[in-house]
Write a new protein. Sequence first.
Length: 117
Amino acid sequence: QVQFVESGGGLVQAGGSLRLSCLASGSTFSIHGMGWYRQAPGKQRELVAGIGSSGGSTNYADSVKGRFAISRDNAKNTVYLQMNSLKPDDTAVYFCNFLLSSIWRSWGQGTQVTVSS
């Protein structure tokens, strides 16, 4: 059973950068597209970035396009989210999971990102 552990969040000033990591257990990580999601207080969870199984294709929410970059290392069972030019609106708990909702695994604890103005 695949599980995800997110890390790398923290408190940063507006304009700063953070790099999130998501370590996956299990042997099926490399055959599925992965996504980074976030949930801000009082809001629904949203997909912010996705990447194909081989890492060759990526897509981003309009709100983060040009500022965030998703990547993956299948040899390390890890997916990353490089976040630059952070804004207060990026404040949320960030999670990773498969892109396909039909194969979502249980959500992990996530990692808190707080951007101060």
